[in-house]
Structures are given as C-alpha cells and as structure tokens.
Design a protein. Structure first.
Length: 335
C-alpha cells in the first residue's frame, strides 16, 4: 500500500493487569505494514508488571510508529481508559485494541485502504476470530471472500439485526468496539464516547454507533484475534454483578429504541433480555423496558415473538417459575 504521509491512524489500548498478554499485543502493533501510526496505551493503574513489559517492548522497537503511555491517577475502568485515549489522539482515524488481543500485520493497511478511496465511509470492520494458539508469528489468513459495502443506515441495520453472515458462518457485523477503524470526526460529531463505570460497555457503545453510521465497509480479511482469559472485565466478574450490569445495559437499550428501526432492534434483543430478566435480582426495575419491547414487537407485527415475550415475562413474575428457569439453565450448562 502506498504510504499516506498526512494520514495518521491512532490505536488506543486500555491496559490493566495484563502481564501475560501485553507483550504480544504491543508487538502486533510494531509489525504493522502501515507505518503512520501513533499508539496510545492508557495504563489504568495496573498493579502487576504490565507497564514494565510494555516499556521494554517499546524501548527495543526501532521504527516509525510512535508510542505513548498515559497514566490514570486511580483505577477508572476500560471505558474511562478509552475516553482518555480519544482525548489524547492526534490521528484522523481511531482503532481500539484490547490489551489481551493481537492484530494481523496488515490490519491497519487493510482497514484503511477503502477509507482512502471513499471519504464517505465512516467505519471499516475486518473479520475476527478467537485465537487459542500461542503461535503469534503464524496467524491464520482465512478464506478469500468478497468485501461488503453497506451504504445507508437502513441497509447497515438490516445487515446487523438480521444476522447476515460470511460464507464461513461468522456474522458480518460484530457488536463490539474492537476491530473497527473509524474516522475521528464521526466519533466526535456523534459523541460516541463511553459510559464510565459501566460493564458491557462494548454492547452499549455499539448500539449507539450503529444507530448513526451511514456508510460501513466490511473487509473479509482476518485482522483481529481475540484471546480469552479468565480475569478479563467480563469473564472475570462475579456472576451476580455481571448479570446486574448486563441487565442495566439491556434496560437502557430497550428504553431508547430508535423509531425508524425499533422492530428489528426489539426482535434482535428480546431473547437475551428475557434470559437476563429471569436471573436478575433487579428485574422489577425493568417494567418500562418490558413494556417498550412488548409494544414494539406488537406494533411491528412480530406476533410470534410478541407472544413468546409476553407469556415468558408473565410467568417470570412468579418466584416458582424463576426458580425453575434457573435450575433448568444450570442443568443445561452441565451437559
């Protein structure tokens, strides 16, 4: 790819106690084939040697990519770390990378290419997979497929809410922050910042993002590799707290369905909402959200979904049915 000297990409990495992962994460940035990059690493008061390992990689790197480590005065969470990164960047494009994940060597090059050809593209997303191997020098490439160009908010939301997929079976649009290169003007103009102190912030941010993006381009190349770890923000959280926080996100989404596409939104989320509703000790606070989802399903003629939602929600008002639901869930998990 021809290097664009005036086009800078900013990579933001929130960092907190990722000693076992941060080296591979930062090294994957140093290997980028596109070089006009600044990488902002926001240390959210790590108590392990993450910072020392990160500095070691940066100090040994000799190349054009600029690195900066910013320090929070106290632990504020990943949402605050991302917001700090947004405030500090100087690039025209932004890419979020979680500190326990890695990106392909040509990640930024692949994602930036369509945006340089078409200034109307606001978001470009690559394909991602969960990567369990430790061989970071030989990341898989995946099959050759055609890119997907989505022009217009209706078409983008139709693709996501209808669950359109690649031939590999993976969804086109993934509801996370990561693996998306975005124009920084698009972020600022739509105030797509993160709600601090909120777990499941990715889902909440993503819903607001997809409600305002007008041109999205999907690159079929594998550019992002997730690493599952036991002590991440979501998997490491105690189940009860995770359920409560997840419910609050669903509650906010349900109470803010956008009129022009609320039917698809409600259909897409009603099962997940009910699953959380059955386990959440704060379920009584969700009455407005329940009413919103039910009315939306009915108004958009999703009769089957409306009946399922209404009957299930009614039964879950009784303790015995909530207990049966939780018991059934435990049994199914063991199988």
């Amino acid at each position: 790819m021809k290097e664009e000297k005036n086009v800078k990409v900013s990579i933001v990495i929130p960092m907190y106690n990722v000693s076992d992962y941060i080296v591979n994460c930062v090294k994957s940035v140093t290997k980028q084939t596109y070089s006009n990059i600044e990488c902002i690493i926001v240390n959210d008061c790590s108590t392990d040697d993450s910072v020392a390992k990160c500095e070691s990689v940066i100090n040994s790197y000799q190349g054009p990519i600029q690195f900066r480590i910013l320090q929070h005065e106290h632990n504020r969470g990943v949402s605050a770390a991302r917001n700090t990164g947004i405030e500090a960047i100087t690039g025209q494009f932004i890419f979020y990378l979680d500190s326990d994940d890695v990106i392909s060597n040509d990640c930024i090059e692949k994602l930036l290419a369509p945006m340089l050809k078409d200034e109307t593209i606001e978001v470009v997303q690559g394909r991602s997979i969960i990567f369990e191997s430790k061989d970071y020098d030989n990341l898989p490439k995946g099959p050759v497929m055609q890119p997907v160009d989505l022009v217009g908010r209706d078409l983008i939301q139709e693709d996501f809410y209808d669950g359109r997929k690649w031939p590999t079976g993976h969804r086109h649009i993934v509801g996370f922050t990561s693996n998306k290169l975005m124009r920084i003007d698009f972020i600022h103009n739509n105030r797509l910042y993160y709600k601090e102190g909120q777990l499941w912030e990715d889902l909440l941010w993503f819903i607001y993002m997809i409600n305002c993006v007008n041109h999205m381009y999907l690159v079929p190349d594998l550019t992002y590799f997730y690493c599952k770890r036991p002590n991440s923000i979501t998997t490491g959280t105690i189940p009860q707290k995770k359920i409560i926080e997840q419910g609050r996100v669903y509650n906010e989404i349900a109470n803010n369905l956008i009129p022009e596409n609320n039917g698809r939104q409600a259909k897409n989320m009603y099962k997940a909402f009910l699953n959380n509703y059955a386990r959440n000790p704060e379920y009584k606070q969700f009455k407005p959200a329940v009413k919103s989802i039910r009315k939306t399903l009915e108004a958009n003629h999703y009769k089957k979904e409306a009946v399922i939602f209404t009957v299930t929600e009614f039964l879950l008002r009784f303790k015995v049915f909530r207990a049966i639901f939780r018991l059934t869930e435990k049994i199914l998990r063991r199988k």
